[in-house]
Design a binder for this molecule. Structure first.
Ligand SMILES: CC(C)(COP(=O)(O)OP(=O)(O)OC[C@H]1O[C@@H](n2cnc3c(N)ncnc32)[C@H](O)[C@@H]1OP(=O)(O)O)[C@@H](O)C(=O)NCCC(=O)NCCS
Length: 170
């Protein structure tokens, strides 16, 4: 890949963001979701100031990251949960890391202190990415969700809770 840039995720990016999201969903180890949402729902559920796409000069949009508040309670105002997806053709080349670094920089600048993510134990790439980006494993939540649809239909899934606690906020 040539030069990689991370820029804010805009509505105009949605067709490519949705395609990368769909590819991750199809693999069955990224999320409990089985369908890509409508842009309106995606947009409403995620913080507008803390979502980014990765643009490669040759390949175009190769990944995205976005996050949502975990709670409406004021005490948890600095805690978010994120998702990160990279185009299968662009994996293993630092795109996911660049996106997480952009998310960390942006959230820390806004006073957000904890970023968390639930990751299936089978998703070794995501576990490795998050460890490399400073996340630690809090624990494994056993048989937390029942998959409906997709290649893992009917399976109870464990979820590894990972988090990154900022050392500069709070
Ligand atoms: C998880 C995912 C985002 C990783 O993105 P990526 O661009 O391939 O990751 P990077 O190239 O930035 O790699 C970052 C680190 O993870 C490691 N890593 C990435 N893929 C790996 C794999 N398959 N096995 C082991 N380590 C891996 C890299 O070696 C690197 O570690 P290092 O910095 O110590 O060298 C990507 O595989 C993906 O989109 N998967 C489908 C969607 C998904 O599962 N999202 C996460 C939901 S929780």
């Amino acid at each position: 890949m040539t030069a990689l840039r991370t820029v804010p995720l805009a509505a105009t990016h949605w067709p490519w963001v949705a395609a990368v999201y769909a590819a991750g969903i199809e693999e069955g180890h990224a999320t409990f979701e089985t369908e890509v949402p409508r842009w309106e729902d995606f947009d409403a559920a995620r913080l507008a100031d803390h979502r980014f796409v990765a643009l490669d000069a040759d390949l175009g949009l190769v990944g995205w990251v976005a996050c949502s508040p975990t709670s409406t309670r004021p005490v948890y105002r600095g805690v978010v949960e994120h998702s990160v997806y990279v185009d299968p053709a662009a994996r293993g080349r630092g795109v996911g890391r660049a996106l997480l670094d952009a998310l960390v920089a942006s959230t820390e600048a806004a006073g957000i202190w904890t970023i968390q993510s639930g990751i299936f134990p089978e998703n070794v790439a995501s576990l490795a990415l998050h460890r490399a980006a400073g996340f630690v494993e809090v624990g494994v939540r056993r048989r937390l969700g029942l998959m409906r649809g997709g290649p893992c239909d009917g399976r109870w899934r464990d979820v590894v809770l990972m988090e990154r606690r900022s050392e500069v906020v709070g």
